[in-house]
Design a protein around this ligand. Structure first.
Ligand code: ADE
Ligand code: ZN
Ligand code: ZN
Length: 259
């Protein structure tokens, strides 16, 4: 009897680990990397390719999530998001001592800009930067502590039980049924002025854009709600736009570092 109980608990823990939050999910992060690749200048492209041994930004985009299962990297876990209440400002709200996505991105940029950084550190923080710039554009990563960025906000996705965070990390993208390369080659066609407008501002400004979308999502979603076709119709374009902005802004940062 004891053995059976232990077995059941083991299975439950294993399933819980498998379904743990994975941020944008593989597709979203890769799409951000692939879009960024197309906005890199020659100098940046060359140096990044050297650091990544010829691999693409899309290839390394999920590294930040991949290392989560290795406890050696536990201190990086709070860097994937930032939580503060609606109506508060990031700048004046008490910061997490363990770091957050803004501090994480700043650290990555600082290491990459520092001529004294080792190659090993540059490679690590480059891969982390690619990942965190994706997370910065996932609206639930600029979330609320109360429900862990929507991880504790239960909803249904079509007939499956899930949570709001997961809907935005992966459920919508999975239902969209496009590969990351298809998403990257089917982004909105933008004028030069539109691209410049997206590139303008700071990491904190971009964080507030995600926060505004997060607030809109909370206004339009109820606990236990059954989300499906209507939700896709309302939010798939804002989601696609976030991936596109994430890619353009990641390239802007990388072009600045490697110029
Ligand atoms: N854990 C706690 N808050 C979170 C958030 N906003 N995003 C992802 N994971 C979290
Ligand atoms: Zn997530
Ligand atoms: Zn992440």
């Amino acid at each position: 009897m004891k053995k059976t109980a232990l077995f059941i608990i083991t299975i439950i823990v294993a399933i819980a680990n498998l379904t743990a939050a994975e941020d944008w999910g593989k597709t979203g992060h890769r799409a951000v990397g692939e879009i960024a690749d197309s906005y890199l200048n020659k100098k940046a492209e060359k140096q990044i390719s050297k650091l990544l041994n010829g691999h693409s930004l899309a290839y390394v985009a999920n590294f930040g999530d991949d290392i989560k299962s290795d406890h050696q990297y536990d201190s990086f876990k709070p860097w994937h998001y930032v939580n503060f209440p609606f109506g508060e400002k990031y700048e004046t709200y008490p910061k997490s001592e363990k770091g957050d996505i803004i501090q994480g991105i700043e650290k990555c940029i600082a290491v990459l800009k520092n001529a004294n950084s080792t190659r090993e550190d540059k490679v690590f923080y480059l891969k982390m930067l690619v990942h965190f710039m994706g997370d910065l554009h996932q609206p639930l990563h600029i979330g609320l502590a109360d429900d862990k960025g929507g991880n504790d906000f239960q909803v249904r996705w079509f007939s499956d039980g899930t949570n709001l965070h997961s809907v935005w990390d992966s459920k919508m993208l999975d239902s969209y049924e496009m590969s990351y390369t298809e998403i990257a080659t089917n982004t909105d066609v933008l004028s030069k002025e539109q691209v410049e407008a997206i590139k303008k501002g700071t990491v904190i400004d971009w964080m507030y854009e995600s926060r505004a979308l997060c607030e809109d999502i909370y206004k339009h979603t109820e606990i236990g709600e059954k989300l499906g076709y209507n939700y896709m119709y309302e939010y798939i374009n804002p989601l696609r736009s976030q991936l596109q902005k994430g890619g353009i802004r990641l390239a802007k940062i990388l072009n600045g570092i490697f110029s």
